[in-house]
Design a protein. Structure first.
Lengths: 108, 108
DNA sequence: ATTATAATTCGATAATTCCAGAAATACAGT
DNA sequence: ACTGTATTTCTGGAATTATCGAATTATAAT
């Protein structure tokens, strides 16, 4: 994974509003949620929500599927997992081989 | 973990420059790296690096320890792990109980 | 005290980002 | 075609952020 790509995903999650949107979708599971339902739950202006969803969509962290007039949004679990893996991927690679306290990477 | 706190950590990691700094420290392990070593490796202006380190420090993702004139920087593995846990904590909690493809949370 | 090294703060500029209201678009039903 | 609902795009002002050079602070050695 390229640094810029990972950073764009982290940045997408780096605002409370967008993080709440994402976590709401994470909670929703594979059923997902329509944009309108998100808008009601989180009480964000529709245009603002749309922008945030676009940011999350472009970053690959969510997907959208059209069902007639409503757009179902879903968290992209795979993308999320890849991001987490990236963060820890080379954990302690330069260390002296001793166990790194607090590091829960499989490497350490 | 509060949303705002998690978002501030994600935001700290959400710029390529800071993400590289952090991953360099993740690779370095518990030995850590002096600010100067980071500056050489990543070729960032000292003042810019200092600002980014401050951001990471405030967010709790790194720690610093003074050794005479040099400042040793270390990734905070525990803080990192808590952040990752937070992202997945309530994964699929509203789902119908069916396995969520792509979701690797222990819950699913 | 003086010097040297390490790192931060200051100040300034350019660029980015957030947010919401208004208008526009997409789609389904009548 | 018309209407209603859902969502996006356009626009722009306000606020934040990134970046760097220059000056400053902190610490240790002589």
């Amino acid at each position: 994974m390229k640094t810029d790509f990972a950073a764009s995903q982290l940045e997408a999650l780096g605002k409370p509003t967008r993080l709440e949107i994402f976590r709401t979708l994470i909670r929703a599971g594979n059923e997902g949620l329509p944009v309108g339902a998100l808008q009601e739950r989180l009480d964000i202006a529709p245009s603002t929500l749309s922008h945030h969803l676009k940011t999350l969509l472009i970053s690959g962290l969510i997907t959208q599927e059209r069902q007639a007039t409503t757009l179902i949004c879903r968290a992209n679990y795979q993308s999320m997992q890849e991001l987490i893996d990236y963060l820890m991927a080379e954990c302690c690679i330069e260390g002296k081989g001793i166990t790194e306290p607090g590091c829960s990477s499989s490497r350490c």
